[in-house]
Design a binder for this molecule. Structure first.
Ligand SMILES: [Zn+2]
Length: 555
C-alpha cells in the first residue's frame, strides 16, 4: 500500500460513517411515492396484425389499457418468423402516442431461420444467414422506436455441424456464451445504435436463472453490453410438473439477483398468464412488486383478452390500486446474503434458492461473495467460485456464520483450509447441525428442509413430522439471529424484510396463523401497515392471520 493511499484511509472511514448515517436516515424517509409502479403490455407482431391494423381494433386496445391502468405499450416488429408491416406499426405507434401513452418496440428472436437442434423455438446463431436476418430485424425496429425490448429467446442450445465446427476446442458452454455475446454486440446493439443513436436496447432474461449457463446467457457481461435489462418474473402453478414445479419465490430471487449485478441497468419485471389459475396469476404482480420492479410488463394483449385468460386480467384490474399501494412500502430489501456466482451450476440443487425462500428464510441474492457479511447462505452453486473456500475461511475467522446445504458440506468435507472438529456431513436422519469452525459457525442443513415446500398435484404440502418441525425451528432460530423470520409458519410462507417493515406472503392454499421473530429477539407488538386479500394482524399485536395467497406488511 502506498503512503498516499494510507493517508486517505481516515477520510474513507469518515465517508463510510457518513454513508451509514445517511442510509439509516433513508429508512426513516417515506420510501417511494404513490403509483411507484408503471403497468405496461405487449402487442406481439401477430397482435399488431390482428388487433391494431384497424381504427376499431386500436380503439379497443386503448380501452383495455385504460381498464388495466397501462400507460406504456410495446409494439413488436418480429416473432415466430413473421415481421409486422411497417405501416401497421407506425399507425399503432402514432395512435398510442397521441392517446398519451409511452410507446416502445419489441423483438422476439424466434423463427429467424435455421432452428436450433435443441429447443426448436431458438435458432442457430452460427449460421451466417440467421446472423444477417437478426441484424436486419433490429435495423428495421430501431428505425421505428427509441427503445426495443428483446423477449427471452435470445439464446441457443444448437449442436448442429456448423456449431460443432465453429466451437472447436471450446466447451459448449464456452462457445454459446462467446457466440451470444458476439451476437448481442455485433448483430443487435451495434446495428441498432447505428440506425438510431438514441435507441435503448433492453435484454429480457428468462426466469430460469439457475441454468442460464447451459444456453449462452451471461448476465454480467450482457448487462454491460445492453442498455438495460428486464427480468422474467413468471410464476407457474407449483403443482405443475409440466412447468417444472416452480416456486413463487423464484420471481423474487431472480429479480434481486440480476439487480445485484448492476442495479442501474435493471428495469421492470415481466410475466404472462400461462400455467396459472386466476389466483396463482396474482402471485406474480405481488411477487414482482415485492422484488422492487418499477414497471410491471403484462405479456400480452392477445392472451389477456382471450376467453382463456381474461379472468386473470380482470382479477389484476380489480386489485391494481392495492398493488400500487403495496409498492409504496417496498424498498430496503434485506435478508441473508445468498451466493449464486454468474454461470454457476447447481447440480442436484438447481433452484434450491427458491425453496429456501419459501421456508420463510429471507435471502439477499448476490452474484459476488459477500465479504464482510455476518452470515451467508451457501449451496452447491457457490463452488462456481474457485476462491470459495478461502473467502469462507475469512468470513468464519471474522466470527461469521455460514448456512451450508448438505450437498455442499459433503463437497467441503476434509478441506484442510476449514479446520472443522468433525466431518461437516450430516449424520443419518439428522437435518441440522452446528459446528464451531475457524472462529465462526457453520450450520449445515439438509435439503429435506427446503424440499418441504414442494407440493403434490393438489397443491398440498406434506404434513410436518415432529422431527421436521423441530429441525425447521432449530434452523430458523439461528436464521433469526440475523434477519426476520417465523418459527411457526408452515412451509410456503415467505418473509420479506423491507427496511423497517416486513412483508409476509402466504403462498399455500390454506389459511395460516404465524408469528415473526428475528431483528433482535421476539417482536412484541407489531403494527399493521398494509394488507391484501383479507390478511390481518390479530389483536394480540403478534399473530398474523393470512388467508391463501394473501399478504401483509407490518412494522
Ligand atoms: Zn447450429
Amino acid at each position: 500500500m502506498s503512503s498516499s493511499s494510507k493517508q486517505k484511509r481516515p477520510h474513507s472511514h469518515l465517508l463510510h460513517a457518513l454513508t451509514m448515517v445517511f442510509l439509516s436516515l433513508a429508512f426513516l424517509l417515506p420510501v417511494r411515492p404513490a403509483a411507484a409502479v408503471e403497468w405496461s403490455t405487449l402487442f406481439t407482431a401477430q397482435d399488431v396484425r390482428d388487433h391494431l391494423s384497424t381504427v376499431q381494433g386500436r380503439q379497443e386496445a386503448l380501452e383495455f389499457c385504460h381498464k388495466m391502468g397501462i400507460t406504456k405499450v410495446y409494439l413488436e416488429s418480429f416473432r415466430d418468423g413473421y415481421q409486422a408491416q411497417e405501416a401497421a406499426l407506425k399507425a399503432a405507434r402514432d395512435f398510442f402516442r397521441q392517446a398519451g401513452l409511452k410507446v416502445s418496440g419489441c423483438v422476439a428472436t424466434t423463427g429467424i431461420g435455421k432452428p436450433s437442434t435443441g429447443w426448436q423455438i431458438a435458432v442457430c446463431y452460427t449460421h451466417r444467414q440467421n446472423q444477417e436476418r437478426l441484424e436486419s430485424i433490429f435495423r428495421f425496429t430501431a428505425a421505428l422506436f427509441d427503445e426495443i425490448m428483446i423477449d427471452d429467446f435470445f439464446f441457443t442450445d444448437c449442436e448442429c455441424s456448423e456449431c460443432a465446427a465453429a466451437k472447436g476446442a471450446l466447451s459448449w458452454q464456452q462457445y454459446r456464451e462467446k457466440l451470444m455475446l458476439q451476437m448481442g454486440r455485433e448483430r443487435v446493439v451495434g446495428p441498432a445504435h447505428t440506425v438510431n443513436p438514441k435507441v435503448k436496447v433492453i435484454l429480457k432474461f428468462p426466469q430460469w436463472y439457475d441454468v442460464f449457463q447451459q444456453r449462452g446467457y451471461v448476465p454480467d457481461q450482457e448487462t454491460a453490453i445492453f442498455d438495460s435489462i428486464w427480468v422474467g418474473t413468471e410464476l407457474r402453478d407449483p403443482a405443475s410438473q409440466e412447468w417444472g414445479n416452480k416456486q413463487q419465490y423464484e420471481g423474487y430471487f431472480i429479480y434481486r439477483w440480476l439487480t445485484d449485478i448492476d442495479g442501474s441497468k435493471t428495469g421492470g419485471g415481466w410475466f404472462d398468464p400461462y400455467g396459472t389459475t386466476p389466483s396463482l396469476y396474482l402471485d406474480q404482480p405481488l411477487t414482482t412488486i415485492l422484488a422492487g420492479a418499477p414497471e410491471v410488463f403484462l405479456f400480452h394483449y392477445g392472451m389477456l383478452t382471450s376467453k382463456e385468460y381474461q379472468p386473470q386480467a380482470d382479477g389484476l384490474a380489480a386489485r391494481r390500486l392495492q398493488y400500487e399501494k403495496l409498492a409504496t412500502f417496498v424498498s430496503g430489501w434485506t435478508g441473508i446474503p445468498t451466493y449464486k456466482p454468474v454461470s454457476s451450476d447447481g447440480g442436484d440443487e438447481v433452484f434450491i434458492f427458491d425453496e429456501i425462500g419459501m421456508l420463510g428464510i429471507p435471502e439477499t441474492p448476490t452474484a459476488r461473495f459477500p465479504d464482510g457479511a455476518r452470515a451467508v447462505i451457501l449451496t452447491t452453486q457457490a463452488l462456481g467460485d474457485i476462491e470459495l473456500v478461502p473467502k469462507l475461511a475469512h468470513l468464519l475467522a471474522a466470527g461469521g456464520t455460514a448456512f451450508i446445504t448438505q450437498p455442499l458440506a459433503h463437497r467441503l468435507n476434509g478441506d484442510p483450509r476449514l479446520p472443522a472438529p468433525s466431518p461437516l456431513d450430516l449424520e443419518k436422519d439428522q437435518y441440522v447441525k452446528t459446528l464451531e469452525v475457524g472462529g465462526g459457525k457453520i450450520v449445515v442443513f439438509s435439503d429435506a428442509l427446503p424440499h418441504l415446500t414442494r407440493v403434490d398435484a393438489q397443491n398440498r404440502v406434506e404434513q410436518l413430522t415432529p422431527g421436521f418441525r423441530d429441525a425447521l425451528e432449530t434452523l430458523r432460530r439461528q436464521i433469526g439471529d440475523f434477519t426476520a423470520t417465523s418459527l411457526d409458519a408452515p412451509p410456503r410462507v415467505a418473509v420479506y424484510p423491507l427496511g423497517g417493515h416486513v412483508a409476509v406472503v402466504n403462498y399455500t392454499e390454506l389459511s395460516v396463523a404465524c408469528r415473526l421473530t428475528g431483528l433482535g429477539g421476539m417482536v412484541h407488538r407489531l403494527t399493521q401497515l398494509y394488507a391484501l386479500e383479507g390478511a390481518k394482524l390479530a389483536s394480540d399485536g403478534a399473530t398474523l392471520r393470512l388467508p391463501p395467497h394473501s399478504a401483509i406488511v407490518v412494522e
